[in-house]
Design a binder for this molecule. Structure first.
Ligand code: BGP
Length: 466
């Protein structure tokens, strides 16, 4: 591509890193915490459960000091709903409030801006038992819980994110939503309830905290057509709408995307609306867009007559709906050892797609490489593959900024090692190595990987030394 003179990263660019509560904290039944769906779900026998995780609950000071040493300007983490309201809609647990008070104060002490996700895949198990997101009462419980967060932490937290990767929960992680949806219609009814809940919470945030900013946190990947056959292009258009634009059109405009809605109609899956729902969806809109990006995706047209049993899907692969689209391999992209394609240019394309549609400030809240790191005998972790992945993506972030995208921060996944959503502790993402394996907790000590020193220099040079 023709050479452009690169624009520098803005001086106040928020370099940071990301985690989520159930993947990092551990202490699953301490400090008054109630169980979440992550504590009660069935875990595959070859991966760890989430009970201890990286034991951040007991190491948070040491961990924040590590982030400060890297020069983090921001830290994106999530609050566990079940630490604040253990059964989802009952008593407030002051010990849980205290934990996040301490964490936030520790961050501020090091001048690290907290970027808080209120809900990251960990619905209270007590609400799941009552139908989870199938039950409209969960909307009320969520709004109440978020109101508590705004009241208790809003004096110090200025950046809020609503629901992490709602699109991925709908597309492939139904079990953690509760309610046991078995049809597409039920799934999109749950989706509708989550969208209502999100709008109510964005409104509540604006009402209670006029100086704070709030936005959604979907996983957004531009979807490429496999060929220039118009059927493949239509397949890409539909999957882009169903995977990406449904969630962002709603957060920014408060309405369903037309292509996504037509897809739901064709599949008898449009949600039932109650009087007032349309107004509610428009009543709370986003101030910025946070998005997670790991890779692009590629689809082709999926003829009805070729319908096969669905393949195993995750955040980045395996999606398909007969008559519309099915995800295929790109063909020319490298992959991580866990099978996710690597497409740095796709990040610039995705950022431009989002910004040119919505013209709101963007922040990247996840991006990173999951790998099996090796700890050498002298306590080193030579994760050159991770440095290469991140370097290539940061270059594209700068190109997106050069294209005129208002991008105010970059938070790779993950700040320190934690448990992968469904592949255990062996799939690591952090700058900091946590000394444990899936089934041996070892000493849980923290070690600096090569990427730690590299990222420290990236931040210190404001992205000049890559
Ligand atoms: C995102 C989730 C994170 C994290 C990440 C990496 O979808 O928001 O919670 O898990 O993906 O995925 P995985 O752990 O499956 O490798």
């Amino acid at each position: 591509m023709k050479h452009q003179t690169l624009r520098p990263f803005p001086n106040d660019f928020l370099w940071g890193g990301s985690t989520s509560a159930y993947q990092i904290e551990g202490a699953w039944n301490e400090g008054g915490k109630g169980p979440s769906v992550q504590d009660t779900k069935t875990i595959p026998s070859d991966t760890s459960d989430f009970k201890v995780a990286a034991d951040h609950y007991h190491h948070y000071k040491e961990d924040v000091a590590m982030l400060a040493e890297m020069g983090f300007k921001t830290y994106r983490f999530s609050i566990a709903w079940t630490r604040i309201v253990p059964d989802g809609d009952g008593e407030v647990n002051e010990e849980g409030i205290q934990f996040y008070d301490n964490l936030i104060n520790e961050l501020l002490k090091h001048r690290i801006e907290p970027l808080v996700t209120v809900y990251h895949f960990d619905l209270p198990a007590a609400l799941e038992e009552k139908g989870g997101w199938s039950n409209r009462a969960t909307i009320e419980a969520f709004v109440r819980y978020c109101g508590i967060l705004f009241d208790r932490f809003g004096d110090r937290v200025k950046f809020w994110q609503t629901i992490n990767e709602q699109n991925m929960m709908i597309l492939s992680a139904g079990a953690v939503i509760g309610g046991g949806a078995t049809t597409m219609k039920e799934t999109y009814q749950q989706n509708h309830h989550m969208l209502l809940a999100q709008a109510r919470v964005m409104k509540e945030c604006h009402d209670k905290l006029p100086d704070a900013k709030i936005g959604p946190a979907p996983n957004i990947s531009t979807i490429y057509p496999k060929t220039n056959d118009p059927l493949d292009i239509q397949a890409a258009q539909t999957f882009n709408a169903v995977r990406n634009w449904l969630y962002l059109d709603m957060a920014v405009y408060g309405r369903y995307n037309n292509v996504a809605w037509a897809f739901l109609e064709a599949n008898n899956a449009t949600p039932d609306m109650e009087p007032g729902d349309e107004e509610t969806l428009k009543s709370g809109l986003a101030d910025f867009i946070a998005f997670n990006y790991y890779s692009s995706g590629t689809v082709e047209y999926y003829p009805l007559e070729e319908e096969t049993d669905s393949v195993e899907a995750d955040q980045q692969k395996g999606q398909g709906v007969p008559g519309f689209f099915r995800q295929v391999e790109h063909g020319a992209l490298d992959k991580t050892e866990f099978g996710w394609e690597i497409d740095p240019e796709g990040l610039r394309i995705t950022a431009n797609d989002i910004y040119s549609r919505y013209a709101l400030p963007l922040v990247i809240t996840e991006n990173g490489l999951g790998g099996r790191d090796t700890l050498t005998e002298d306590g080193k972790i030579h994760d050159t593959y991770r440095i290469n992945y991140l370097r290539d993506h940061i270059k594209q972030v700068q190109l997106a900024i050069t294209d005129g995208v208002e991008l105010f921060g970059y938070c790779p996944w993950s700040a320190i090692d934690l448990i992968s959503t469904h592949e255990g502790f062996r799939k690591r993402y952090g700058f900091v190595y946590v000394n444990r394996s899936d089934f041996d907790l070892k000493d849980l000590s923290r070690l600096r990987k090569d990427s730690f020193y590299w990222y420290k220099d990236v931040i210190a040079s404001n992205g000049e030394n890559l």
